[in-house]
Each structure stands twice: as structure tokens, then as C-alpha cells.
Design a protein around this ligand. Structure first.
Ligand SMILES: [Zn+2]
Length: 428
């Protein structure tokens, strides 16, 4: 098992090592009656634009055509024709925040077991349209396009006994590959042209809803005015640093929102996490209680928010190890490396030595901060934070600081390999 916070392409060495272990196990430890994989679906590697397609291809080569392969995918998967051809069963999460990992794993395993028993002959097809973005990022926290299209999919499945499973993928818009974007995936018992039409109809439903959004991001100034009006003693105002979400590939050290919060200096403000191994290390050397002046954040690309000149008190040091206890990924353990809490005026910042999306309360709790007892809780996350922080909030603000790799305007990014024309780059 291996995973990574989204970033640049997977190095060729990492790909060959990890894929090589999987393929070697399939070759040397078999024979196998079936294979169940837990993939993401939007991997881009240095030598493979379609990372998962390459994994499936290598596996298929050693397993032969007769062994059924099932894979679970993230709903942000870019499902390629190759993936659908090589796998017998593909099932994606249907929630964002992704809180149905267990259910989707069970669904894929059940289908695989039936295929292994010879009860079904699963076949997977995929359809996508002229868009790299739709479905409101796949959000399922409010009525909107994702829930509507999932509902259409559920009805299509109920009306057609040959359909075993339908997945609706929002895709990962920031991957510069030819087959990037939203897709509909149908797993059926046997193949039939009518199923491709159903998949195409679902893609059509996505296209019609491509402009619909359930969240309006606000800028930093609007956010600060909203915070200034918050009722004393209310549950926390939760602020998402949308434009610098490590879960979407953001560097995690953009300083725009943090700088504004430090300036506002509201008692009971906490922030997780700033990716800054250098300042985290400075804190560890200085020790708890020390006062420290540092250039915080903004180191990877200062154009996305220059480093902040800050002076703060080292409040706590941690080894950065924590175990999620929220609805999204409960039980998963992560290691952020040497971490620290730096108190800058009234703002306490959790510093980390590795990049993570702050989607669980443990990013604060592991460092001795109870987010529920704060006034303002800021997290670098776009949507996953809702699962853990929504229930403890009085208000949720999604702030697009403008600068940051995951800011909402895809037209600001350069694409070279995506099929053209597509929405929203060329088509409206
Ligand atoms: Zn996802």
C-alpha cells in the first residue's frame, strides 16, 4: 500500500518500484482466482500519463485475460478507455467528502466474488464529454449536480437488470492528460450497445449542469468582514483555504489567508497546517516556550503568497504522527514529520514538515488544540474538511485567496495534452 498527497508526476523510480511489487506478487504468489485493487484513478507518472492504466496493463499481462480484476476508485478519478478495457469491475466513491470507502470496497468485492464464482461476466464501459470540469467538484454536501446525476444513475441501474454498478466521476481537472475529466462508468453483466448510450446520457446530464455550483467562494476581504461580525460565544467559524488545498496539489504554504488572520488577531484563532519544514525545525531547536522570529511559508513559489515575517512563541512540539478519527478516513495514520504549534499573537499555527490536507480534527487535537473550543478554525482544504469540521461549526466560509495552485479558474493553468476543445478552457 502506498499513497501520496497530490503533487507533480510520480517519479519513474517510484512507479516502477511500487507497480513492480504488485506485479511480482501476482506473478510469483499465484495462481489467483481474482484481484481486488484499491486505486485512486488520477495518477500521472513521468512515463505514464495514465498511471492506473499502466498498473492494470502490467497486471493483466501476468494474470492473462481470464482472471477478473476489480478496482475501487476515487470519485476524482480520470477514468480512461484503457482502464475500462483492462479492468472487469471499476467502482468509484459516491460521496465528497469521501465517507463511503467501506461501502464501495464491499460493492467491488461482492461483484468480484460473483465473477469468480461464474455467476456474472462483468464488463466495464466509460463515457466522457467535452469537459474537464463539471459536477461541482463532485460535492455531495448540498443538493446540486453531483447528487442529481447520481440519482439519474441509480434510476438507470434500477431500470436495467444487466447493470451491476454505475459510477459518476467528477474527474481530476488539474491533470494535464488527454482523457482528463468527468466520466460515467457502467459495469454490466455482459456487454451491450444500449449501455454505452446510458453512459452517454449520463455524461449529457453532466454537461447540462456544468455551470452549477453549490458553493460560492469568497475572497479574503469578505471573509474577514464575516468573521468580524461573528456572535461572541458562538461555535467556531470554519474557514477553508480553498486556493491552496494540498489535496488538489496545492503547495500548502501559501500565506494569503494566514497573513490576513494574523493581522485580524482574533482571540481563539487556529490554523492547520502550514507546510514549512524549515520553521518547524527551527521550533524544535528553539524548544517549547521559546520566542522565535521566522520567515513563514511562501517558500515554494512566493508568487502564490510571499513568506510572512513573524515572531511567535513555540507552544508545542510534536512528532507529527496522528490517526484520523473523523468520518473521512477514520483509522488512517499519517506522519507529518517534526511539527509544532507556533503562537503568533492570538493565532496558533500548526506547522508540518510534510504536506497534508487538514481534513480531520486530529491535525489540531494531536497538538493539544481542541478546534471545537475556538472562535476561528482555518484549514487548508477545499471540501473534505466538511465531514469533520462541519458538525462543530456555526458557519463555514470557503475562501479563494486568488493565489494558489488550486484556485478555481482552470483557464489560468497551462494545458498541453488535454483533448480540445473542452469546457471550460475553450467551450462555455
Ligand atoms: Zn477525491
Amino acid at each position: 500500500m502506498a499513497d501520496a498527497t497530490p503533487s507533480g508526476p510520480v517519479s519513474d523510480e517510484a512507479f516502477r518500484t511500487i507497480c513492480g511489487e504488485i506485479v511480482a506478487a501476482a506473478r510469483d504468489e499465484g495462481p489467483f482466482d481474482g484481484v481486488l485493487l484499491n486505486l485512486h484513478g488520477a495518477m500521472v507518472a513521468e512515463h505514464h500519463d495514465d498511471g492506473e492504466g499502466a498498473v492494470l496493463g502490467a497486471l493483466r499481462e501476468v494474470l492473462g485475460p481470464g482472471v477478473p480484476i476489480a478496482a475501487t476508485l476515487d470519485l476524482h478519478a480520470n477514468v480512461t478507455d484503457e482502464m475500462a478495457r483492462l479492468a472487469d469491475i471499476l467502482v468509484s466513491y459516491r460521496t465528497y467528502p469521501h465517507v463511503d470507502l467501506y461501502e464501495v470496497g464491499t460493492e467491488a468485492a461482492d461483484l468480484l466474488a460473483r465473477a469468480m464464482a461464474g455467476e456474472i461476466r462483468p464488463h466495464t464501459c466509460v463515457a466522457r464529454g467535452a469537459m474537464i470540469f463539471a459536477l461541482d467538484h463532485g460535492r455531495t454536501t448540498a443538493p446540486g449536480p453531483m447528487l442529481e446525476v447520481l440519482d439519474l444513475a441509480a434510476r438507470a441501474k434500477a431500470a436495467n437488470p444487466a447493470i451491476l454498478s454505475i459510477s459518476i466521476n467528477a474527474g481530476f481537472s488539474r491533470a494535464d492528460i488527454e482523457q482528463c475529466g468527468p466520466s460515467a462508468v457502467i459495469v454490466s453483466d455482459g456487454d451491450a450497445p444500449a449501455l454505452r448510450e446510458i453512459a452517454a446520457d449520463l455524461v449529457d446530464a453532466m454537461w447540462q449542469r456544468r455551470h452549477q455550483q453549490t458553493v460560492q467562494t469568497i475572497d479574503i476581504g469578505q471573509a474577514m468582514r464575516r468573521i468580524a461580525r461573528r456572535a461572541p460565544g458562538a461555535k467556531p467559524t470554519v474557514i477553508a483555504d480553498f486556493a491552496d488545498n494540498p489535496g488538489g496539489g496545492g503547495y500548502g504554504d501559501a500565506t494569503g489567508l494566514l497573513g490576513a488572520l494574523i493581522e485580524a488577531d482574533i482571540p481563539g484563532t487556529v490554523f492547520a497546517t502550514m507546510f514549512d519544514p524549515h520553521v518547524a525545525s527551527q521550533c524544535h531547536h528553539a524548544g517549547v516556550g521559546a520566542t522565535l522570529s521566522a520567515e513563514l511559508g511562501g517558500k515554494i513559489d512566493p508568487a502564490l503568497g510571499a513568506p510572512l515575517a513573524v515572531t511567535g512563541r513555540v507552544e508545542r512540539l510534536t512528532d507529527g504522527r496522528l490517526i484520523y478519527d473523523g468520518p473521512r478516513g477514520k483509522g488512517i495514520s499519517i506522519e507529518m514529520g517534526p511539527s509544532a504549534v507556533l503562537a503568533i499573537g492570538n493565532v496558533r499555527v500548526v506547522l508540518a514538515s510534510r504536506r497534508f490536507q487538514a481534513l480531520d480534527r486530529q491535525f489540531f487535537l494531536h497538538a493539544g488544540i481542541d478546534p471545537a473550543a475556538q472562535a476561528v478554525v482555518a484549514v487548508k482544504s477545499a471540501q473534505h474538511f466538511h465531514a469533520a469540521f462541519g458538525p462543530i461549526s456555526s458557519e463555514v466560509l470557503v475562501v479563494d485567496a486568488g493565489a494558489g495552485l488550486t484556485s478555481d479558474d482552470l483557464r489560468k493553468l497551462s494545458y498541453n495534452k488535454v483533448r480540445r476543445p473542452v469546457f471550460p478552457l475553450d467551450l462555455d
